[in-house]
Design a protein around this ligand. Sequence first.
Ligand code: PLP
Length: 480
Amino acid sequence: MRSHLLNGLTAEHYRRSVTEGVERVAAKLATTDRPFTGVTVDALSPRIDAIDLDRPLGDTAAVLDELEDVYLRDAVYFHHPRYLAHLNCPVVIPAVLGEAVLSAVNSSLDTWDQSAGGTLIERRLVDWTAARIGLGPAADGVFTSGGTQSNLQALLLAREEAKSDSLAELRILTSEVSHFSVQKSAKLLGLGPDAVVAIPVDHDKRMQTVALAHELERCTKDGLVPMAVVATAGSTDFGSIDPLPEIAELCARHGVWLHVDAAYGCGLLASLRYRDRIDGIERADSVTVDYHKSFFQPVSSSAVLVRDAATLRHATYHAEYLNPRRMVQERIPNQVDKSLQTTRRFDALKLWLTLRTMGADGIGQLFDEVCDLAREGWKLLAADPRYDVVVEPSLSTLVFRYIPAAVTAPAEIDRANLHARKALFASGDAVVAGTKVAGRQYLKFTLLNPETTTADIAAVLDLIAGHAEQYLGVSLDRAS
Ligand SMILES: *Cc1c(COP(=O)(O)O)cnc(C)c1O
C-alpha cells in the first residue's frame, strides 16, 4: 500500500498515474461534441450505487475505466461552446497546471510553517488585486473558497465595525437582485429576520440610489443601524452593475460600510476596454472577487479584499499550537489570522501561474471577448420576433423569453420556456439557465466562453424555439 503514498520513492508511479489521468481527460476534451449527454438521475444513480467501495480495483487503468462510466462520459462540460448556463468559465491551462502542482505539494496556507513561499505568493496576489481595484496603501485581504465565503467574511467585518451592540437593530441594504449569500450571511451572523433590506432596481436591474438614500434615512429615523450596503458589480442573473460612485457617496455621507460584490464583475479588473464600467469600486470598504467566474480559473479561486487591513483582526484568534501571539512580534506571516478557514488550499498558485504565463491583459482580452459576444447576442435577440430580451448586457449575460405569436396566456408561455430549457438539457445539445423576471419564466445565457460564436447563439435560439413550439403544439393538441 505504501506504493500509493506520494514521495521520493514513488515519483515514477506518480508520474505514470497522473499522466494516465491527463491522457484520458485530454482524449475526452478532444472528442466531446456536446456539453452534456443528457443522462438522467435514474440512469446514472444505479451505476454509482452498484460500486462496492469496500472492494478497491487497485489498478489505475481499471479505476479510470470505471470513472469513465460513472462520471467522465456524462459530466457537464463547461469548456464546450454550447454550455451557456451558469457562471462557470472554461479554464486556462496555466491554472490547471497550477492545480496539479498545488495538490501534489499540498501546502496549507494557514501558516508560514505549512507553506513558506505559498504565503508570500498569496500575499502578492492579494496586493495585486487590491491595487487593480484601487483600494489604497492600507489594503489587504485573503483568498477564500468562493464568493459566498467572501461575502460572509466582509459582512462579519462590517458587523464588528458597526456602531451598535444590538444585533436586532442592524440592517444590510442591498438590491433586490443581489446574491442570496447576503441573506445567508445575515443569518449566520445572528442578525434578525428583517436584517436584509431589499432596495428596488431600475429597468436595467441596477440599484435605485434614490431608494437607497430613502432607506438609509428611514433606518436612522427608526433607530436602526445600517451596518453595510452591499452593491453588486455584476448581478448573477443579469450581469447588471449597481451605480457604484453614487452608492459610495451615500455610504460616505452616512458613515456606512460599503461592500462591493464583484464575484462576477471582477473580470473587468483585467479588461483592456471596459474597466470604466466598475469605476467607483475603489471606494469600497471590502470587495468580493471570484477568479473562478471571470478570470478563467478552476473552482475554487476567490478572495475578499479590504480597504483597511486592521479590520481583518475581527477574524483573528490565536492558538498556541498554530499561530501564537509571539509570531506577530517575530514578524512571521500567517494568513490564518485573516481567514475564516484554517487548513486552506493554495488556490492562489493557479492565478499566479496564469499571470506569469498569459499576463492580466491575456485574461482581460478573453473577458472582453465574451462581453462583445453578449452584445452581439443581444442584437440577435432584439431583432428576433420570437424573443423578448430584458436587459442590455453590462457584462456577458442575456436574459430572454420565447414568445410565440399564437399564444398569449402568460402561464402557458412560462411552461413553454421551462419545457424548452429541460428538453434542451435532456438532448445535451446545449445547456442554458433559467430565471424569473417579474414573476415570469425567462431563460438565460451566461456567456463566459470566448470560443462560443454568434452562430452558436443563433443555433441555440433555434433549438429553444423548436422545443417550445413542439411543446405548445403538443399542449394545444391536448386542449383541443
Ligand atoms: C456566484 C456569486 C456569488 C457566490 O459565489 P460562489 O463562488 O458561488 O460562492 C456571490 N455573488 C455573486 C454576485 C455571484 O454571482
